[in-house]
Design a protein around this ligand. Structure first.
Ligand SMILES: Cc1ncc(COP(=O)(O)O)c(C=O)c1O
Length: 395
Protein backbone atom coordinates (compact mmCIF):
# COMPACT_ATOMS: atom_id res chain seq x y z
CA UNK A 1 0.00 0.00 0.00
CA UNK A 2 1.40 3.41 -1.03
CA UNK A 3 1.09 5.19 2.30
CA UNK A 4 2.72 8.42 1.05
CA UNK A 5 0.09 8.80 -1.66
CA UNK A 6 -2.70 7.95 0.79
CA UNK A 7 -1.40 10.54 3.25
CA UNK A 8 -1.14 13.19 0.53
CA UNK A 9 -4.78 12.43 -0.41
CA UNK A 10 -5.75 13.08 3.24
CA UNK A 11 -5.33 16.81 3.99
CA UNK A 12 -6.18 16.21 7.65
CA UNK A 13 -2.83 14.42 8.07
CA UNK A 14 -0.96 17.72 7.55
CA UNK A 15 -2.64 19.12 10.66
CA UNK A 16 -3.64 16.26 12.91
CA UNK A 17 -2.90 12.68 13.73
CA UNK A 18 -6.55 11.71 13.32
CA UNK A 19 -7.65 8.63 15.24
CA UNK A 20 -11.43 8.94 15.17
CA UNK A 21 -12.58 6.97 12.14
CA UNK A 22 -14.93 5.17 14.58
CA UNK A 23 -16.97 8.42 14.57
CA UNK A 24 -16.22 9.52 11.00
CA UNK A 25 -13.15 9.33 8.79
CA UNK A 26 -11.84 12.35 6.90
CA UNK A 27 -12.81 11.84 3.25
CA UNK A 28 -9.85 11.64 0.87
CA UNK A 29 -9.44 14.42 -1.70
CA UNK A 30 -11.00 12.50 -4.64
CA UNK A 31 -14.19 12.04 -2.63
CA UNK A 32 -14.48 15.74 -1.82
CA UNK A 33 -13.57 16.68 -5.41
CA UNK A 34 -16.41 14.52 -6.70
CA UNK A 35 -18.96 16.13 -4.38
CA UNK A 36 -17.70 19.64 -5.15
CA UNK A 37 -17.87 18.95 -8.91
CA UNK A 38 -21.52 17.95 -8.60
CA UNK A 39 -22.42 20.92 -6.39
CA UNK A 40 -20.68 23.26 -8.85
CA UNK A 41 -22.75 21.77 -11.65
CA UNK A 42 -25.97 22.35 -9.73
CA UNK A 43 -24.96 25.98 -9.19
CA UNK A 44 -23.97 26.53 -12.80
CA UNK A 45 -26.66 24.51 -14.59
CA UNK A 46 -29.53 24.31 -12.14
CA UNK A 47 -30.12 21.14 -10.14
CA UNK A 48 -33.03 19.94 -12.24
CA UNK A 49 -31.66 20.78 -15.69
CA UNK A 50 -33.19 17.84 -17.58
CA UNK A 51 -29.95 16.59 -19.15
CA UNK A 52 -28.06 16.90 -15.83
CA UNK A 53 -30.82 15.12 -13.93
CA UNK A 54 -30.86 12.30 -16.48
CA UNK A 55 -27.11 11.83 -16.08
CA UNK A 56 -27.38 12.05 -12.28
CA UNK A 57 -30.00 9.29 -12.15
CA UNK A 58 -27.92 7.10 -14.45
CA UNK A 59 -24.85 7.74 -12.28
CA UNK A 60 -26.87 6.80 -9.23
CA UNK A 61 -27.63 3.38 -10.69
CA UNK A 62 -23.94 2.96 -11.51
CA UNK A 63 -23.16 3.68 -7.85
CA UNK A 64 -25.81 1.19 -6.78
CA UNK A 65 -24.11 -1.48 -8.89
CA UNK A 66 -20.70 -0.49 -7.50
CA UNK A 67 -21.99 -0.63 -3.92
CA UNK A 68 -23.44 -4.07 -4.54
CA UNK A 69 -20.25 -5.37 -6.17
CA UNK A 70 -18.22 -4.08 -3.21
CA UNK A 71 -19.93 -6.56 -0.90
CA UNK A 72 -20.71 -9.25 -3.48
CA UNK A 73 -24.41 -8.42 -3.71
CA UNK A 74 -26.75 -7.62 -6.62
CA UNK A 75 -27.71 -4.00 -7.45
CA UNK A 76 -31.37 -4.86 -6.80
CA UNK A 77 -30.45 -5.70 -3.19
CA UNK A 78 -29.10 -2.22 -2.34
CA UNK A 79 -31.07 0.78 -1.00
CA UNK A 80 -29.29 4.08 -0.35
CA UNK A 81 -29.91 5.57 3.09
CA UNK A 82 -28.70 8.66 4.89
CA UNK A 83 -26.91 6.69 7.61
CA UNK A 84 -26.70 3.36 9.40
CA UNK A 85 -29.53 4.13 11.83
CA UNK A 86 -32.01 4.77 9.02
CA UNK A 87 -31.04 1.45 7.42
CA UNK A 88 -31.67 -0.42 10.70
CA UNK A 89 -35.03 1.33 11.17
CA UNK A 90 -36.14 0.33 7.65
CA UNK A 91 -35.61 -3.32 8.58
CA UNK A 92 -37.22 -2.96 12.00
CA UNK A 93 -40.31 -1.13 10.75
CA UNK A 94 -40.63 -3.31 7.66
CA UNK A 95 -40.98 -6.76 9.24
CA UNK A 96 -44.56 -8.05 9.74
CA UNK A 97 -44.21 -8.51 13.49
CA UNK A 98 -46.85 -10.37 15.46
CA UNK A 99 -47.31 -9.89 19.19
CA UNK A 100 -45.00 -12.25 21.07
CA UNK A 101 -42.40 -12.47 18.30
CA UNK A 102 -38.87 -12.38 19.63
CA UNK A 103 -35.69 -10.67 18.50
CA UNK A 104 -32.25 -11.38 19.92
CA UNK A 105 -30.11 -8.28 20.43
CA UNK A 106 -26.78 -8.95 22.17
CA UNK A 107 -25.49 -6.63 24.87
CA UNK A 108 -22.72 -5.53 22.50
CA UNK A 109 -24.98 -3.16 20.59
CA UNK A 110 -25.03 0.63 20.52
CA UNK A 111 -28.26 2.65 20.68
CA UNK A 112 -29.04 2.58 16.97
CA UNK A 113 -29.29 -1.20 17.12
CA UNK A 114 -31.31 -1.23 20.33
CA UNK A 115 -33.74 1.70 20.62
CA UNK A 116 -35.78 0.77 17.58
CA UNK A 117 -36.29 -2.77 18.89
CA UNK A 118 -37.32 -1.47 22.31
CA UNK A 119 -39.80 0.83 20.59
CA UNK A 120 -41.27 -2.18 18.77
CA UNK A 121 -41.53 -3.92 22.12
CA UNK A 122 -43.76 -1.04 23.29
CA UNK A 123 -45.66 -0.54 20.05
CA UNK A 124 -46.12 -4.07 18.69
CA UNK A 125 -45.61 -6.32 21.71
CA UNK A 126 -42.49 -8.07 20.43
CA UNK A 127 -39.97 -9.33 23.01
CA UNK A 128 -36.36 -8.12 22.95
CA UNK A 129 -34.04 -10.82 24.29
CA UNK A 130 -30.59 -9.59 25.35
CA UNK A 131 -27.82 -12.16 24.74
CA UNK A 132 -24.60 -11.92 26.72
CA UNK A 133 -21.13 -11.44 25.27
CA UNK A 134 -17.82 -12.43 26.86
CA UNK A 135 -16.18 -9.80 29.10
CA UNK A 136 -14.02 -8.92 26.11
CA UNK A 137 -17.17 -8.20 24.10
CA UNK A 138 -17.04 -11.27 21.87
CA UNK A 139 -20.19 -13.08 20.79
CA UNK A 140 -20.51 -16.82 20.51
CA UNK A 141 -22.94 -18.47 18.09
CA UNK A 142 -23.66 -21.40 20.42
CA UNK A 143 -24.44 -19.08 23.35
CA UNK A 144 -26.81 -17.03 21.17
CA UNK A 145 -28.45 -20.25 19.93
CA UNK A 146 -29.58 -20.98 23.52
CA UNK A 147 -31.89 -17.95 23.29
CA UNK A 148 -33.57 -19.08 20.09
CA UNK A 149 -37.18 -20.21 20.57
CA UNK A 150 -39.94 -20.98 18.11
CA UNK A 151 -40.94 -17.30 18.35
CA UNK A 152 -37.50 -15.91 17.42
CA UNK A 153 -37.74 -14.01 14.12
CA UNK A 154 -34.46 -12.07 13.97
CA UNK A 155 -30.97 -11.80 15.44
CA UNK A 156 -29.57 -8.28 15.10
CA UNK A 157 -25.92 -7.79 15.96
CA UNK A 158 -22.83 -5.75 15.20
CA UNK A 159 -20.01 -7.11 13.00
CA UNK A 160 -17.31 -4.83 14.42
CA UNK A 161 -18.00 -3.18 17.74
CA UNK A 162 -17.65 0.59 18.01
CA UNK A 163 -16.90 0.13 21.72
CA UNK A 164 -14.49 -2.79 22.00
CA UNK A 165 -13.17 -3.20 18.45
CA UNK A 166 -14.20 -6.87 18.65
CA UNK A 167 -14.70 -8.60 15.29
CA UNK A 168 -17.68 -10.91 15.74
CA UNK A 169 -18.05 -14.39 14.22
CA UNK A 170 -20.64 -13.12 11.74
CA UNK A 171 -20.68 -16.15 9.43
CA UNK A 172 -21.09 -18.59 12.37
CA UNK A 173 -23.96 -16.62 13.89
CA UNK A 174 -25.74 -16.27 10.53
CA UNK A 175 -25.30 -19.98 9.75
CA UNK A 176 -26.69 -20.94 13.16
CA UNK A 177 -29.67 -18.61 12.64
CA UNK A 178 -30.35 -19.88 9.14
CA UNK A 179 -30.41 -23.49 10.36
CA UNK A 180 -33.14 -22.46 12.80
CA UNK A 181 -35.15 -20.42 10.28
CA UNK A 182 -34.27 -17.14 11.99
CA UNK A 183 -33.41 -13.98 10.00
CA UNK A 184 -30.24 -11.99 10.66
CA UNK A 185 -29.42 -8.30 10.51
CA UNK A 186 -25.74 -7.33 10.64
CA UNK A 187 -24.88 -3.83 11.79
CA UNK A 188 -21.82 -3.18 9.63
CA UNK A 189 -21.45 0.56 10.36
CA UNK A 190 -17.87 0.05 11.56
CA UNK A 191 -17.03 -2.90 9.33
CA UNK A 192 -17.57 -1.72 5.75
CA UNK A 193 -14.35 -0.27 4.40
CA UNK A 194 -12.30 -1.92 7.15
CA UNK A 195 -13.02 -5.65 6.85
CA UNK A 196 -12.98 -7.43 3.50
CA UNK A 197 -16.70 -8.20 3.40
CA UNK A 198 -18.41 -10.70 1.14
CA UNK A 199 -22.11 -10.88 1.86
CA UNK A 200 -22.30 -14.54 0.80
CA UNK A 201 -19.53 -15.54 3.21
CA UNK A 202 -21.51 -13.81 5.95
CA UNK A 203 -24.91 -15.15 4.83
CA UNK A 204 -27.06 -12.48 6.48
CA UNK A 205 -30.54 -11.36 5.40
CA UNK A 206 -29.98 -7.66 6.06
CA UNK A 207 -26.89 -5.46 6.43
CA UNK A 208 -26.86 -1.80 7.40
CA UNK A 209 -24.02 0.69 7.23
CA UNK A 210 -23.10 4.31 6.93
CA UNK A 211 -20.52 5.50 4.41
CA UNK A 212 -18.63 8.03 6.52
CA UNK A 213 -16.49 5.68 8.65
CA UNK A 214 -14.31 2.96 7.08
CA UNK A 215 -15.34 3.87 3.54
CA UNK A 216 -14.49 7.57 3.97
CA UNK A 217 -17.54 8.90 2.12
CA UNK A 218 -19.24 12.02 3.49
CA UNK A 219 -21.82 12.34 6.25
CA UNK A 220 -25.34 11.61 5.02
CA UNK A 221 -24.29 8.51 3.09
CA UNK A 222 -25.17 4.91 3.86
CA UNK A 223 -26.89 1.85 2.50
CA UNK A 224 -29.03 -1.12 3.35
CA UNK A 225 -28.51 -4.56 1.82
CA UNK A 226 -31.57 -6.79 1.69
CA UNK A 227 -31.15 -10.36 0.45
CA UNK A 228 -33.31 -10.75 -2.65
CA UNK A 229 -35.89 -13.18 -1.20
CA UNK A 230 -36.56 -10.76 1.68
CA UNK A 231 -37.29 -7.68 -0.46
CA UNK A 232 -40.93 -8.52 -1.11
CA UNK A 233 -41.45 -9.63 2.52
CA UNK A 234 -40.38 -6.27 3.97
CA UNK A 235 -42.87 -3.43 3.76
CA UNK A 236 -41.52 0.05 3.13
CA UNK A 237 -42.45 2.43 5.90
CA UNK A 238 -41.48 5.51 3.87
CA UNK A 239 -42.95 5.96 0.42
CA UNK A 240 -43.61 8.80 -1.98
CA UNK A 241 -42.20 9.87 -5.32
CA UNK A 242 -39.06 8.01 -6.42
CA UNK A 243 -40.12 4.72 -4.86
CA UNK A 244 -43.79 4.42 -5.82
CA UNK A 245 -46.28 5.06 -8.61
CA UNK A 246 -50.00 4.71 -9.14
CA UNK A 247 -51.25 2.54 -12.02
CA UNK A 248 -54.15 3.22 -14.41
CA UNK A 249 -56.60 1.67 -11.93
CA UNK A 250 -55.41 3.92 -9.14
CA UNK A 251 -53.51 1.15 -7.33
CA UNK A 252 -50.17 1.70 -5.64
CA UNK A 253 -47.16 0.14 -7.39
CA UNK A 254 -43.80 -0.34 -5.68
CA UNK A 255 -40.52 -1.40 -7.26
CA UNK A 256 -39.65 -5.06 -6.79
CA UNK A 257 -36.12 -4.10 -5.77
CA UNK A 258 -34.56 -2.53 -2.67
CA UNK A 259 -35.24 0.85 -4.26
CA UNK A 260 -38.68 0.52 -2.66
CA UNK A 261 -36.99 1.60 0.60
CA UNK A 262 -35.79 4.94 -0.80
CA UNK A 263 -38.47 7.62 -0.55
CA UNK A 264 -38.35 11.03 -2.17
CA UNK A 265 -35.44 13.06 -3.51
CA UNK A 266 -32.23 11.03 -3.33
CA UNK A 267 -29.30 12.49 -1.38
CA UNK A 268 -27.27 12.98 -4.54
CA UNK A 269 -24.11 14.65 -3.12
CA UNK A 270 -23.78 11.87 -0.53
CA UNK A 271 -24.28 9.18 -3.17
CA UNK A 272 -21.60 10.76 -5.36
CA UNK A 273 -19.30 10.72 -2.35
CA UNK A 274 -20.09 7.05 -1.84
CA UNK A 275 -19.26 6.38 -5.48
CA UNK A 276 -15.85 8.05 -5.23
CA UNK A 277 -15.19 6.42 -1.84
CA UNK A 278 -15.94 2.98 -3.30
CA UNK A 279 -13.55 3.68 -6.18
CA UNK A 280 -10.89 4.80 -3.73
CA UNK A 281 -11.27 1.72 -1.52
CA UNK A 282 -11.49 -0.64 -4.51
CA UNK A 283 -8.28 0.80 -6.00
CA UNK A 284 -6.50 0.08 -2.71
CA UNK A 285 -8.19 -3.34 -2.50
CA UNK A 286 -10.40 -4.49 0.37
CA UNK A 287 -7.97 -7.28 1.29
CA UNK A 288 -5.05 -4.83 1.37
CA UNK A 289 -7.07 -2.37 3.50
CA UNK A 290 -7.94 -5.04 6.05
CA UNK A 291 -4.32 -6.25 6.17
CA UNK A 292 -3.03 -2.68 6.63
CA UNK A 293 -5.64 -2.00 9.33
CA UNK A 294 -4.59 -5.14 11.20
CA UNK A 295 -0.92 -4.21 10.91
CA UNK A 296 -1.34 -0.62 12.11
CA UNK A 297 -3.74 -1.67 14.90
CA UNK A 298 -1.15 -4.18 16.17
CA UNK A 299 1.52 -1.50 16.03
CA UNK A 300 -0.68 0.87 18.06
CA UNK A 301 -1.55 -1.83 20.61
CA UNK A 302 2.13 -2.60 21.17
CA UNK A 303 3.04 1.08 21.49
CA UNK A 304 0.21 1.92 23.88
CA UNK A 305 0.95 -1.15 26.02
CA UNK A 306 4.33 0.43 26.88
CA UNK A 307 2.57 3.27 28.74
CA UNK A 308 2.51 2.59 32.51
CA UNK A 309 -1.08 2.20 33.73
CA UNK A 310 -2.47 1.41 30.24
CA UNK A 311 -5.66 -0.64 30.46
CA UNK A 312 -7.03 -2.12 27.25
CA UNK A 313 -10.70 -3.08 26.82
CA UNK A 314 -12.05 -5.58 24.33
CA UNK A 315 -10.32 -8.71 23.03
CA UNK A 316 -6.81 -9.31 24.40
CA UNK A 317 -6.00 -11.41 21.35
CA UNK A 318 -5.27 -8.99 18.47
CA UNK A 319 -6.64 -11.57 16.02
CA UNK A 320 -10.16 -10.82 17.33
CA UNK A 321 -10.01 -7.07 16.98
CA UNK A 322 -9.33 -4.35 14.41
CA UNK A 323 -9.14 -0.55 14.27
CA UNK A 324 -10.85 0.52 17.46
CA UNK A 325 -8.74 0.65 20.63
CA UNK A 326 -10.65 1.52 23.81
CA UNK A 327 -8.47 2.20 26.81
CA UNK A 328 -7.84 4.11 30.00
CA UNK A 329 -4.59 5.24 31.58
CA UNK A 330 -4.58 4.92 35.39
CA UNK A 331 -4.61 8.39 36.91
CA UNK A 332 -5.73 10.17 33.72
CA UNK A 333 -9.28 11.32 33.10
CA UNK A 334 -10.13 10.16 29.54
CA UNK A 335 -12.11 13.32 28.70
CA UNK A 336 -9.23 15.58 29.78
CA UNK A 337 -6.84 13.38 27.82
CA UNK A 338 -8.90 14.03 24.66
CA UNK A 339 -8.64 17.81 25.18
CA UNK A 340 -4.93 17.75 25.95
CA UNK A 341 -4.20 15.60 22.92
CA UNK A 342 -6.22 17.90 20.66
CA UNK A 343 -4.03 20.81 21.76
CA UNK A 344 -1.07 18.69 20.64
CA UNK A 345 -2.59 17.95 17.22
CA UNK A 346 -3.88 14.45 18.01
CA UNK A 347 -7.54 13.51 17.74
CA UNK A 348 -9.06 10.68 19.77
CA UNK A 349 -12.44 10.42 21.50
CA UNK A 350 -13.75 9.56 24.96
CA UNK A 351 -17.16 8.58 26.24
CA UNK A 352 -19.46 5.69 27.00
CA UNK A 353 -20.15 5.05 23.29
CA UNK A 354 -23.77 4.22 24.08
CA UNK A 355 -22.96 0.73 25.31
CA UNK A 356 -23.52 0.87 29.05
CA UNK A 357 -23.60 -2.89 29.65
CA UNK A 358 -20.05 -3.29 28.34
CA UNK A 359 -18.77 -0.45 30.51
CA UNK A 360 -20.55 -1.96 33.52
CA UNK A 361 -18.67 -5.20 32.83
CA UNK A 362 -15.39 -3.32 33.16
CA UNK A 363 -16.74 -1.25 36.07
CA UNK A 364 -16.00 2.06 34.36
CA UNK A 365 -18.21 4.85 33.05
CA UNK A 366 -15.93 6.35 30.45
CA UNK A 367 -13.14 5.21 28.17
CA UNK A 368 -10.76 6.82 25.72
CA UNK A 369 -10.97 5.45 22.18
CA UNK A 370 -8.37 5.68 19.47
CA UNK A 371 -9.75 4.40 16.19
CA UNK A 372 -7.09 3.62 13.68
CA UNK A 373 -7.52 3.35 9.91
CA UNK A 374 -5.23 2.53 7.01
CA UNK A 375 -4.30 6.19 6.39
CA UNK A 376 -2.72 6.44 9.86
CA UNK A 377 1.04 6.02 9.95
CA UNK A 378 3.47 4.45 12.40
CA UNK A 379 4.92 7.94 13.01
CA UNK A 380 1.47 9.20 14.06
CA UNK A 381 1.10 6.28 16.47
CA UNK A 382 4.54 7.07 17.94
CA UNK A 383 3.36 10.67 18.46
CA UNK A 384 0.22 9.43 20.21
CA UNK A 385 2.21 7.21 22.56
CA UNK A 386 4.91 9.78 23.37
CA UNK A 387 2.34 12.51 23.98
CA UNK A 388 0.29 10.34 26.35
CA UNK A 389 3.52 9.51 28.20
CA UNK A 390 4.34 13.19 28.39
CA UNK A 391 0.85 14.14 29.64
CA UNK A 392 1.06 11.37 32.25
CA UNK A 393 4.47 12.49 33.47
CA UNK A 394 3.33 16.12 33.72
CA UNK A 395 0.55 15.15 36.20
C1 LIG B 1 -21.78 0.09 15.52
C2 LIG B 1 -22.63 1.21 15.02
N1 LIG B 1 -23.86 0.96 14.59
C3 LIG B 1 -24.66 1.92 14.13
C4 LIG B 1 -24.24 3.23 14.09
C5 LIG B 1 -25.17 4.27 13.61
O1 LIG B 1 -24.78 4.76 12.38
P1 LIG B 1 -25.19 6.25 11.94
O2 LIG B 1 -24.54 7.19 12.90
O3 LIG B 1 -24.64 6.34 10.55
O4 LIG B 1 -26.65 6.34 11.97
C6 LIG B 1 -22.95 3.55 14.53
C7 LIG B 1 -22.48 4.94 14.53
O5 LIG B 1 -21.56 5.33 15.21
C8 LIG B 1 -22.12 2.51 15.01
O6 LIG B 1 -20.88 2.74 15.44
Amino acid sequence: MKIDKIVSDSPVSAKYAYFDTGAAAPPPTPVIDRVKAYLDETAELGTYLPSLRKRVYEDLETTRAKTAAFIGAKPEEIAFTKNGTEAICLVAQGIDWAEGDEIIVPETEMLSNLSVWLQLEQQRGIRVVRAKASLEGLLDAAAIAEHVTDRTRLISFVALSNVTGAVQPVAEICAMAQQRGVMTHVDAAQAIGVLDVDIHDWGCDFLSTCGRKGLRAIEGSGFLYIAEPRIAELSSCMIGWWNSSVDGEGALVLPQTAKRFEAGCPNVPAIYSLDAALDYASDLGQGAIEARCREITDYALQGLARIPGFELYGPADAAHRIGIIPFNIKGLDPRSLVLELEMRGIIIEAGHFMASSILEGYNIDCMARASIHYFNTEAEIDRLVSNILDIKESK
